[in-house]
Write a protein that binds this ligand. Structure first.
Ligand SMILES: [Zn+2]
Length: 176
C-alpha cells in the first residue's frame, strides 16, 4: 500500500476541483472509503491467506472489476448522498481504482491483481517512486514511516495540491 493519506488525496482533489451540489461532502466521505477499502484485504493475513493468493493482499480488491462493482453498490445510495447516479458512480469508481494505480507506483511488496478475474498476474508500473508503506499503523511511525511520508509528500500530495491550485485557477478564469 501507499498510506491511507495518499489514497484519500485522490477523492479530496476531485472534490476540491469539482465541488457543487452533487459533488458534496457526503459523496466525498463515501468516495474516501472507496479509496482505502481495497486495503481491507490485509485481513486475509489473519486468515492465513498468502500474499500471492488472488484473495490475499493486493489481490482481487485491487482490480478494476472490484472498483466497478463497488461503484455500482455506491450508486444505489445516490439519494442518501444527495447526488446523481452517474456522478456517484464515476466519483467512487475513480477513487477506488486510483488505489491500485497508486500501489502500482510503490517500490515494494507484490504488484496488484489489476486485471482480476481475467488474470491473476500482479502488475506494477515501470515508474515506481513511492516508498511502500508498512502494513499496520504501528510500524508507520518509524524511520521507514518517515521515508514513506517524504516520498508520498513528493509524489502524491504535492502533485495533488498543484492540481487543486490549477483547478481553482481555471475555475476562476472561466467563471468570469
Ligand atoms: Zn493497497
Amino acid at each position: 500500500m501507499a498510506s491511507a493519506f495518499s489514497h484519500i488525496a485522490i477523492p479530496a482533489v476531485l472534490y476540491a476541483n469539482f465541488k457543487n451540489q452533487a459533488v458534496n461532502f457526503k459523496l466525498l466521505l463515501m468516495a474516501s472509503i472507496c479509496s482505502v477499502i481495497p486495503d481491507a484485504d490485509v485481513i486475509a493475513f489473519k486468515f492465513g491467506i498468502s500474499y500471492q493468493s488472488q484473495w490475499g493482499h493486493r489481490g482481487f480488491t485491487h482490480s478494476i472489476v472490484f472498483a466497478v462493482v463497488l461503484a455500482c453498490i455506491c450508486l444505489l445510495f445516490y439519494r442518501r448522498v444527495n447526488s446523481r447516479p452517474w456522478i456517484v458512480f464515476w466519483f467512487c469508481f475513480i477513487s477506488c481504482v486510483s488505489h491500485p494505480l497508486l500501489d502500482m507506483m510503490t517500490n515494494g511488496g507484490l504488484g496488484v491483481a489489476l486485471y482480476w478475474p481475467f488474470s491473476e498476474e500482479r502488475v506494477f508500473f515501470s515508474f515506481r517512486p513511492i516508498q511502500v508503506s508498512p502494513i499496520g499503523v504501528g510500524r508507520f511511525f518509524t524511520e521507514n514511516g518517515f521515508k514513506v511520508m517524504a516520498s508520498e509528500l513528493m509524489w502524491v500530495l504535492m502533485p495533488s495540491l498543484l492540481w487543486v491550485a490549477i483547478g481553482a485557477g481555471l475555475r476562476r478564469k472561466y467563471s468570469k
